[in-house]
Design a protein around this ligand. Structure first.
Ligand SMILES: *Cc1c(COP(=O)(O)O)cnc(C)c1O
Length: 356
């Protein structure tokens, strides 16, 4: 049976990307060696790294003055690297979910943290509005897509201080005005590649303003100087990121990706809104285009387990909701085809017709 992969992360990758990675695992460009067994400093891997950076900058339309890094440690490492490198006295954070809270916890080790806005009062089901960003903060940190709660900040906000964004789960899902950001970071395993590598887009002129000593491995400047090769980079995940970027470019880039993503999300939210038994958990204006969270209406709550089993029997993978929201979550990342969304909607309707 065909599997439809709605996993939240690590998550679906384009079939073509998996195939070309499999090929390079056996033999990179016909050199008779695996991409996994060659020096990261040799010309064959250097070419992979260089092209990955070039494609990343090109597809995201990154202006002059920014560097792109590929490091280990995941997005969670950035929760501490950001304040290590930027927080001198005070930083502001938007508290929009579990990942934002984890970022806040790390920042508190380095200085004062102001929570500029929070949606914790309603289990993070919305994006706060009309909050104030302190003009004397060293930076303002947001999580653009809240993977667990299914909310998203889908515009590039104006910010009086350097804007730092965790874009782990919506990077490359839409065009971004990078010039509005000081740092954009994330783990690759939602929209870009396998787990094991994170991307960091950093505006160089915001670095070097803290007085503390930064350990080399946590210092962005060291990684910039060394072209992400201060130590051995995650070579295989970086190769796969390059393949995903090639796929994305061929497809038409982030504008085309956004068009497809809006279509997929629109179809699924529409089906949820029209359903008698399902209902969405996020406020409509804050809905994520990447992670669609929904539950059964109160009067049908006891059917949640049955639906999960039914959906699984029809090849729907990874739709169990996160424990902090319950119900269901369909992650419909870039690589998920429209047909998978159609298939899920079909399964939801079929279940409703036989159980509603
Ligand atoms: C998955 C995720 C993370 C955690 O990423 P790791 O690479 O596992 O550290 C952080 N932030 C967001 C928004 C995520 O979706």
């Amino acid at each position: 049976m065909k599997k439809h992969n709605f996993s939240a992360g690590p998550s679906i990758l384009p079939r073509k990307v998996i195939e070309s990675t499999a090929e390079a695992v056996l033999d990179l460009n016909g050199i008779g060696l695996s991409v996994m067994e060659i020096s990261h400093r040799g010309k064959d891997f250097q070419a992979v790294m260089d092209e990955t950076v070039v494609l990343f900058k090109e597809i995201l339309n990154i202006p002059e003055g920014y560097e792109v890094l590929f490091l280990g440690g995941g997005a969670s490492m950035q929760f501490c690297m950001v304040p290590y490198n930027l927080l001198q006295k005070k930083a502001a954070y938007l508290e929009t979910g579990t990942w934002a809270k984890k970022a806040i916890k790390e920042a508190k080790n380095f200085g004062q943290v102001v929570i500029a806005g929070s949606s914790s009062d309603k289990n993070f089901s919305y994006i706060p509005e009309n909050y104030e960003i302190p003009a004397d903060a060293d930076y303002f940190h947001i999580t653009t897509n809240n993977t667990i709660f299914g909310t998203e900040i889908s515009e590039d906000i104006d910010c009086p201080v350097p804007l730092v964004a965790d874009m782990s789960s919506d990077i490359f899902s839409r065009p971004v005005d990078v010039s509005k950001y000081g740092i954009i970071y994330g783990g690759a395993q939602k929209n870009l590649g396998p787990a094991g590598v994170s991307f960091i887009v950093v505006r160089k002129d915001i670095l070097g303003n803290v007085e503390r000593t930064i350990p080399s491995m946590l210092d962005y400047r060291i990684h910039i100087e060394n072209g992400s090769m201060f130590n051995t980079p995650p070579c295989l995940p970086i190769f796969t990121v390059r393949e995903t970027l090639k796929w994305l470019k061929e497809l038409g880039g982030v504008s085309e990706m956004q068009r497809i993503n809006l279509k997929k999300a629109g179809m699924l939210y529409d089906a949820i809104d029209k359903s008698r038994i399902f209902t969405g958990t996020a406020e409509k204006r804050s809905r994520s285009v990447m992670n669609v969270c929904f539950v059964m209406k109160d009067e049908y709550k006891e059917l949640e387990g049955d639906f999960l089993a039914f959906a699984q029997s029809r090849g729907m993978i990874g739709i169990k909701g996160h424990r902090s929201v319950g119900g269901f979550r369909a992650s419909i990342y870039n690589a998920l085809p429209v047909e998978s969304v159609e298939a899920l909607i079909g399964v939801m309707k079929e279940f409703e017709n036989t159980n509603g």
